[in-house]
Ligand binder design. Structure first.
Ligand code: IMP
Length: 206
């Protein structure tokens, strides 16, 4: 194990599990904010995924510095862009129809807004941007996407959020019908994290 640490700016347990799985082969300890004992409110008021990821990473980097801790800080911001809805919900994906509204309701609403829309106009993508702030203050960002279509109903029990309405033509299945391993291999977050792993390897000479 390398003695450099990574702190990932998320409080989401499911996301941490996904991130640990993908980052495992780097040989660097990945801590959640809770494990790094960082408690701070982050106001995600950016208008792009890049801006929001940078806000999260810089807030945590400052907090770590204030506590005298050294670590590489990673943060991500992600969301669903539906072309027919002018790329909504986009950066508002988590807050769409209200943060506490269930995804059963959010997904039903998107399906309803696309009622009667033909296949070729149902294109959509999940986007993920990962930002790294290194210990000398330099930052990098990696963006990746998975292209697909909004389906006609909810399908599958895996994943989370909008996965049950996101159809992946390449697999002939909805994202929520894929296993975690299959999803990580092709997902926006999986691909952005793989790209970021290369940046970290180069930075640390691994
Ligand atoms: P974030 O945690 O601020 O990046 O918000 C991301 C939001 O986008 C989530 O709350 C979901 O609504 C949506 N989202 C991002 N990635 C996924 C995914 O892999 N599957 C389903 N929904 C996702």
């Amino acid at each position: 194990m390398n003695d450099t640490k990574i702190v990932f700016a998320t409080g989401n347990v499911g996301k941490m599990r996904e991130i640990r799985m993908i980052m495992a082969d780097l040989g660097i300890e990945v801590l959640s904010m809770k494990e790094a004992q960082i408690q701070t409110e982050i106001v995600e008021d950016g208008t792009s995924f890049e801006e929001n990821a940078m806000i999260k990473a810089e807030t945590i980097a400052k907090e770590l510095a204030r506590c005298g801790q050294k670590a590489i800080v990673l943060a991500d911001d992600s969301g669903l862009e539906v072309d027919f809805l002018n790329k909504e919900p986009g950066v508002y994906s988590a807050r769409y129809m209200g943060e506490d509204t269930s995804y059963t309701i959010k997904n039903a609403n998107i399906l309803e807004r696309l009622a009667g829309v033909p296949d070729e106009k149902r294109t959509a993508r999940f986007v993920c941007v990962i930002v790294a702030v290194f210990m000398d203050g330099r930052s990098y960002s990696c963006r990746a996407a998975i292209e697909g279509q909004i389906g006609y109903e909810e399908k599958g029990e895996n994943g989370f959020g909008y996965d049950p309405i996101f159809y992946v033509p390449e697999y002939g299945r909805y994202l929520a019908e894929l296993t975690n391993e299959e999803k990580n291999r092709i997902s926006h977050r999986g691909k952005a994290l793989e790209a970021m792993k290369e940046v970290i390897r180069k930075e640390l000479g691994l």
